[in-house]
Design a protein around this ligand. Structure first.
Ligand SMILES: Cc1cc2nc3c(=O)[nH]c(=O)nc-3n(C[C@H](O)[C@H](O)[C@H](O)COP(=O)(O)OP(=O)(O)OC[C@H]3O[C@@H](n4cnc5c(N)ncnc54)[C@H](O)[C@@H]3O)c2cc1C
Length: 312
C-alpha cells in the first residue's frame, strides 16, 4: 500500500500542491488528545480541496480505508497497525463573515480550531456559539459529532455545510439535510465536512466574552480538561447522566494499566501515562457491565473507536 501511495503522490504530482504533505508509518498517538494508537500506514495533511479529492478518489479506487481526523479529541485509536489512510484536516483554514443583514452568516473551514472560531465570533460581536466554550478540536469534528454542552448543540447555529463525497462531488447540505442527532449526523464515514456556515446574532463583545468565561469556568471545575482524555466516553442515556451512573457504580478512580476513570468526572477516562487503547477498552467494558448490572441501563459509546486490522 505504501508503494502505491509513494508512486502516485510522492513521485507524481497531487499532494505536492501547496504545503500538503504525506507520511508513512506515522505514530497516531501524536495526533490524538488521549495519546493512544498504533501506526498509520499512510497519513496525509492536504492543503486545499484538490489534493483532498485526489486522495479520496485514489483511496476509493484502490479499496483503501479512509479515516478523517480533526483535532483527534473524540477518538480512541486502537494500538495495532492501521492499514488505512488517515487524513488530517488541519490544512483547511479560513473564517469569514459572509453577510451582515440582521446578524451575520459566518463561514468556517473544517480545520479551524473550534476555540479559534468562538474567539473570532466573540471579537466580531457575534453570539450563538458560546455554549461550545472549552470544547477542544476542529470545526469539522464538531459538526460531524454535533458537539454540544450546557444544553446547546452546534446544529442550533448551523445553517449549512459543504460536504465532499467519496466520488469527489461537493454538495451543500442544509441543517435539515445533515440529519443531526445527539452527538452525530446522518453523514457516511466516507464523507468529509469541508466547511460550515453559521447564523449568529449581534451582541456586545464583552457580553459574549462574559458568557464564554462563565461556561469555561464551569467546565474547568467539573471536567479534567488539562489531562489526556477523549472527552465523554459514553452518551448520556435518556433522562440520565452516564457520568453519574458510572460514579454510582463506585468506579471513580478505577484504573486499568495506564488509563483511569477520572476522579473529577466519571465519564472521562484519562491516560495517566503509558496507557493503551486496550486499557481504555477494558475499562469501558467494566463500566458498561457494572452499570448494566446495577441499573439495567446499557451505555453506548460517545467516543469514536478507530479499529486497526486486528479488530476486523
Ligand atoms: C477535555 C475534553 C472536553 C470535551 N468536552 C466536550 C463537550 O463538552 N461536548 C462535546 O460534544 N464534546 C466534547 N469533547 C469531545 C470533542 O472535543 C468534540 O467532540 C470535538 O468536537 C471533536 O472534534 P475533533 O476535531 O477533535 O474530532 P476528531 O476527534 O478528530 O474526530 C471525531 C470524529 O469526527 C470525524 N471527523 C473529524 N473531522 C471531520 C471532517 N472534517 N469531516 C468529516 N468527519 C470528520 C472523525 O472521522 C471522527 O469520526 C471533549 C473532549 C475533550 C478532550
Amino acid at each position: 500500500m505504501r508503494e502505491k501511495f509513494e508512486r502516485v503522490f510522492l513521485k507524481g504530482k497531487g499532494l505536492h500542491a501547496g504545503d500538503s504533505w504525506i507520511k508513512f508509518d506515522e505514530p497516531l498517538k501524536a495526533h490524538t488528545s488521549l495519546r493512544t494508537g498504533g501506526r498509520a500506514a499512510v497519513f496525509a495533511r492536504p492543503e486545499g480541496l484538490d489534493p483532498l479529492k485526489e486522495l479520496l478518489l485514489f483511496a476509493r479506487d484502490e479499496g483503501v480505508r479512509v479515516h478523517l481526523l480533526g483535532g483527534g479529541t473524540n477518538v480512541l485509536v486502537t494500538d495495532g497497525y492501521h492499514r488505512a489512510l488517515f487524513i488530517q484536516t488541519g490544512g483547511f483554514k479560513g473564517i469569514e463573515i459572509l453577510n451582515e443583514s440582521g446578524g451575520a452568516r459566518v463561514k468556517a473551514s473544517c480545520g479551524e480550531a473550534l476555540k479559534g472560531l468562538l474567539s473570532y465570533c466573540q471579537k466580531a460581536g457575534l453570539s450563538g456559539l458560546e455554549g461550545l466554550s472549552g470544547i477542544p478540536g476542529s470545526v469539522g469534528g464538531a459538526v460531524l459529532g454535533n458537539s454540544g454542552s450546557f444544553g446547546m448543540e452546534i446544529k442550533d447555529s448551523l445553517a449549512s455545510a459543504d460536504v465532499l463525497g467519496p466520488d469527489g462531488e461537493m454538495k451543500t447540505l442544509t441543517r435539515d439535510q445533515m440529519g443531526f442527532r445527539y452527538r452525530g449526523t446522518a453523514l457516511g464515514e466516507d464523507e468529509a465536512v469541508v466547511s460550515a456556515e453559521f447564523l449568529l446574532r449581534r451582541d456586545e463583545p464583552e457580553a459574549i466574552k462574559e458568557k464564554m468565561n462563565d461556561f469555561f469556568e464551569i467546565k474547568k471545575k467539573s471536567q479534567p480538561i488539562s489531562e489526556h482524555s477523549a472527552g465523554c466516553v459514553f452518551k448520556n442515556p435518556e433522562g440520565a447522566s452516564a457520568g453519574r451512573l458510572i460514579e454510582e457504580a463506585g468506579l471513580k478512580g478505577t484504573k486499568t494499566g495506564g488509563v483511569m476513570i477520572s476522579p473529577v468526572h466519571a465519564n472521562f477516562f484519562v491516560n495517566t501515562g503509558g496507557g493503551t487503547a486496550a486499557d481504555f477498552l477494558a475499562l469501558m467494558d467494566m463500566a458498561r457491565e457494572k452499570v448494566l448490572k446495577q441499573t439495567g441501563i446499557p451505555l453506548e459509546p460517545e467516543i469514536r473507536i478507530v479499529k486497526d486490522e486486528s479488530y476486523g
